[in-house]
Each structure stands twice: as structure tokens, then as C-alpha cells.
Write a protein that binds this ligand. Structure first.
Ligand SMILES: Cc1cc2nc3c(=O)[nH]c(=O)nc-3n(C[C@H](O)[C@H](O)[C@H](O)COP(=O)(O)O)c2cc1C
Ligand code: SF4
Length: 432
């Protein structure tokens, strides 16, 4: 199994520049800085590196949108990692910060940016400290600053700490926050690549996306592509949480089958219970049922079954999970995190949360289920940023796929899950 991001995580002081250099660190930057920016973009396109922040947008294509003008250009690294269930970027920054810095050097050169920002989630104290000292180490060795590695490329990296708002992970809210304003998403167009930070061309990329870039120049684009699936190159850090025996972070080929991830790598379902449902890409993604889990975890394959790979945060639920309660908890988060700019999200998210809570507490009427669906459908696609969709999509899919549980809550006037005789345990993977 090829490991890229985690390749020297087992070594002592894996975050130090000495370990990074021993493992070939900064050699890819040396190679890339000898190319022309356009050649780098072509290589990244050929490698089919797709953004790991959630949407899966091709990184090389995003970089190619940056105009050839005289304005300052900016690279902004999204290290906000707020999506519930996601815990990968933090580990990259804690354990191999030099991989991220090397990726920043290559990406900034490709988009002709001399200033990069890393917007890091405020709670990530250790990651912040590790990244800060890694930047200092890189500056001392001449990998950052003026005339990097004997080239004409200059680069400074600035760290900015978030203050606990999930919406600041959305790229335009993040840009507002870097500018010192409240984190409220901007209307698009214009897109950040044309007019972003300080109205200048700006590329926003996720930590994992950028940390993978050096491997493209180390292995070559073709080899990098071959590590993943035909439409998605490289490896992927899957974050597995919930009712599995061995929750954790797994670096696997992009497109690894979901059943293999759950049953082989994460050890299967706890206490020998049965798999019921999975949120395959974080709390914002439509739920899939146990019998839909035979899917390759890349962006296109998960989309084909009506969900999303998102950030690769796989949240596993066993057959003891009350889906009404699960939805209630998820919607409480979105209702709280809405920035309030647009009506469907500001009003709709708390509304669908309250309906779900009513159903869970046994205070709802049968018509509330359709009301929940109707309000969710009115949020979908009618907001400035995708946070509204992020609440509506799991709501619609959970209500549609587990409607009988919502009906039963209303009929029995409350949650019946604590007293439910469970289905007999089926061994291994036989239920999927
Ligand atoms: C509400 C919301 C929160 C988001 N949070 C994050 C985040 O924490 N980290 C991240 O990389 N992308 C997040 N995104 C996606 C970013 O807007 C953006 O698409 C991403 O940073 C682009 O990087 P990529 O192309 O490398 O994936 C979020 C999007 C939304 C709508
Ligand atoms: S969808 Fe929600 S979070 Fe996004 S801009 Fe509108 S109100 Fe703000």
C-alpha cells in the first residue's frame, strides 16, 4: 500500500524538518520551481488531483482560472476543518507540516502568489504550534522567503487563527474573516480565483489537497493518478467514526470500497451489531443505507448513488441508532451555525430542527413529516452558500429513507429506540 501523507508519521518527531528532509522533503519543490507555472498546472491536471475540502473540484483547473494580470495573487489554505466527523487536516499539520509547506511553495509558484495564508481552526493549538515552528524552520533553511531554492520565487506564509465559527470554513466567508470582517459568505460570481482576498485573484485549497501536491512531482502525474481511481488521483485520508470497532484515520487509495473501509480497516460494527446507515462524507452529505454501501469512495462513484464523498468523513451508525435523534442532533448544529444572511437558511434551519425535535419528543402530528420535507426542499438551492444545502440534504435523505421511524415516533408519541428489541446480529458483512 502506498502511503503519501502518512508515510513518516510513525517516526519520532515526524513534524521536524530533519525527518522531512531525510524522507525526501523539499525535493519536489526544487523540481517544480525549475518548471514554468503553466507546466506545473498541467502536471496537476494530469494527476487528476481533486479538492479534498468537500466539493472535489480539480485543483489544476482551479489554479488555471487565475488571470495573468499585475495584481498581487494570494494562496489561502483552508485549515478550518469544521465539518463534523472530519479529523484529517489537523493530523497533517501536527505530524507532517513540512509536506503542507512544500505543497504551498509549489502551488503559490504555479499561481504566481508571493503571499500565502493558512487559516487554521482556533481550537487546534498543537497543530498551530507545530505549523508555526515548521514555517520558522523552513525560513531558516531558505525554503521560504526571498529567492526560494535559488529560484526567483519569493514567498511568505502567514498563520491566521479562526474563532470557532463553522461558516468560516466556507471559502468566501474565510476570505472575509482573513480581511478582518465577520465571516459571511459572498455572492458569486465573481469567484475568488478572479476577485478574492482584497479583491485580488485568490486560490483557496484544503490542507489535504495541497499536502498531496509534492507527491505529484515526486512520483510523476501518471503514477500519482494510478494510486487512486481513473477520475480521482492519489490517496485519500478517510476519517472513520461512529459505531465501528476501530475508529480512526486511514490513508487508502482514493476509491477504496466503503464496505472494505468499514469492515476491514475499521474492524466492523461494535458489539457485533448490524450496520444501519452511513453519512459517507461528513454531516452535510445525504445518508446511505446499509445495502447501498457497496460503493467505491471517490467523488464520482458516491455521487452516482445520490450522496457525496465530501471531506471523506465516514460516520457509521448501527441498528441501535434512532434516525430521528440523529437528524435532530445534526440539525441543531446547522441551526446554530447559520450566519443569518439569507432567509431560507436563517429561518429554515431552526425550523426543521424544531420539527425534528417535536417528532423525537412525541409532540408532533402526522403532517409534520411532510412539513419537514417541504421546508427542507425550500432551503435547497435557495441560499448564498451551501450551508443551507448542507442541512437540507441529510434531512431530506434521512426522512425519505427512514420515514417509517418518523411515523412510528408520532404514533407512539416519542422515541421507542431505548426499549426496542433489536434485530438478530448478523455476522460479518452478511447484511450488506
Ligand atoms: C459551510 C461550509 C463549511 C466548509 N468548511 C470547510 C473546511 O472546514 N475545510 C475545507 O477545506 N473546506 C471547507 N468547505 C469547502 C470550502 O468552501 C472550499 O470549497 C474548499 O476549501 C476548497 O478547497 P479544495 O478545492 O482543496 O477542496 C466548507 C464549505 C461550506 C459550505
Ligand atoms: S446559506 Fe446560511 S450560512 Fe450560507 S450565507 Fe446563507 S445564511 Fe449564511
Amino acid at each position: 500500500m502506498v502511503r503519501i501523507l502518512t508515510k513518516y508519521w510513525d517516526e519520532k518527531d515526524s513534524h521536524s524538518i530533519d525527518v522531512a528532509l531525510k524522507s525526501g522533503g523539499y525535493q519536489s519543490a526544487k523540481k517544480a520551481l525549475a518548471l514554468r507555472p503553466q507546466e506545473i498546472i498541467e502536471e496537476v491536471k494530469k494527476a487528476k488531483l481533486r479538492g479534498r475540502g468537500g466539493a472535489g473540484f480539480p485543483a489544476g483547473q482551479k489554479w488555471s482560472f487565475v488571470p495573468d494580470d499585475n495584481k498581487p495573487h494570494y494562496l489561502v489554505i483552508n485549515a478550518d476543518e469544521g465539518e463534523p466527523g472530519t479529523f484529517k487536516d489537523r493530523y497533517i499539520m501536527e505530524r507532517s507540516p513540512h509536506m503542507l509547506i512544500e505543497g504551498i511553495i509549489i502551488a503559490s509558484y504555479a499561481i504566481r502568489a508571493e503571499t500565502a495564508f493558512v487559516y487554521i481552526r482556533g481550537e487546534f493549538q498543537k497543530a498551530y504550534e507545530r505549523l508555526k515552528s515548521a514555517i520558522e524552520e523552513a525560513e531558516q533553511r531558505g525554503f521560504l522567503g526571498r529567492g526560494i531554492l535559488g529560484s526567483k520565487h519569493n514567498l511568505r506564509i502567514h498563520l491566521i487563527r479562526g474563532a470557532g465559527a463553522y461558516i468560516c470554513g466556507e471559502e468566501t466567508a474565510l476570505i472575509e474573516s482573513v480581511e478582518g470582517k465577520a465571516g459571511r459568505p459572498r455572492l458569486r460570481p465573481p469567484f475568488p480565483a478572479v476577485s478574492g482576498l482584497y479583491k485580488s485573484p485568490t486560490v483557496v485549497n484544503n490542507v489535504e489537497t495541497i499536502a498531496l501536491v509534492p507527491a505529484i512531482f515526486e512520483l510523476g502525474a501518471e503514477k500519482f493518478l494510478s494510486l487512486g481511481s481513473p477520475t480521482d488521483g492519489g490517496t485519500k485520508l478517510y476519517c472513520v467514526s461512529g459505531h465501528v470497532k476501530k475508529p480512526g484515520l486511514f490513508e487508502l487509495p482514493m476509491g477504496t470500497n466503503l464496505r472494505d473501509i468499514i469492515f476491514d480497516y475499521a474492524g466492523g460494527i461494535v458489539s457485533g451489531r448490524n450496520l444501519k446507515a452511513v453519512l459517507p462524507g461528513g454531516s452535510s452529505t445525504p445518508v446511505i443505507k446499509a445495502d447501498e454501501c457497496n460503493v467505491n469512495m471517490d467523488f464520482d462513484c458516491v455521487k452516482k448513488i445520490g450522496s457525496m464523498l465530501g471531506s471523506g468523513a465516514i460516520i457509521v451508525m448501527d441498528d441501535r441508532t434512532c434516525m430521528v435523534r440523529a437528524l435532530e442532533s445534526l440539525l441543531e448544529f446547522y441551526a446554530d451555525e447559520s450566519c443569518g444572511q439569507c432567509t431560507p437558511c436563517r429561518e429554515g434551519c431552526p425550523w426543521i430542527y424544531k420539527i425534528t425535535r417535536r417528532i423525537e419528543k412525541g409532540e408532533a402530528e402526522p403532517k409534520d413529516i411532510d412539513l419537514l420535507l417541504e421546508v427542507s426542499e425550500n432551503i435547497l438551492g435557495n441560499t448564498i452558500c451551501p450551508l443551507g444545502d448542507a442541512a437540507a440534504m441529510p434531512a431530506i435523505s434521512i426522512v425519505t429513507k427512514f420515514r417509517e421511524e418518523f411515523e412510528e415516533h408520532i404514533k407512539r408519541k416519542g422515541c421507542y429506540f431505548d426499549n426496542l428489541p433489536l434485530a438478530p446480529v448478523l455476522e460479518g458483512r452478511s447484511m450488506v
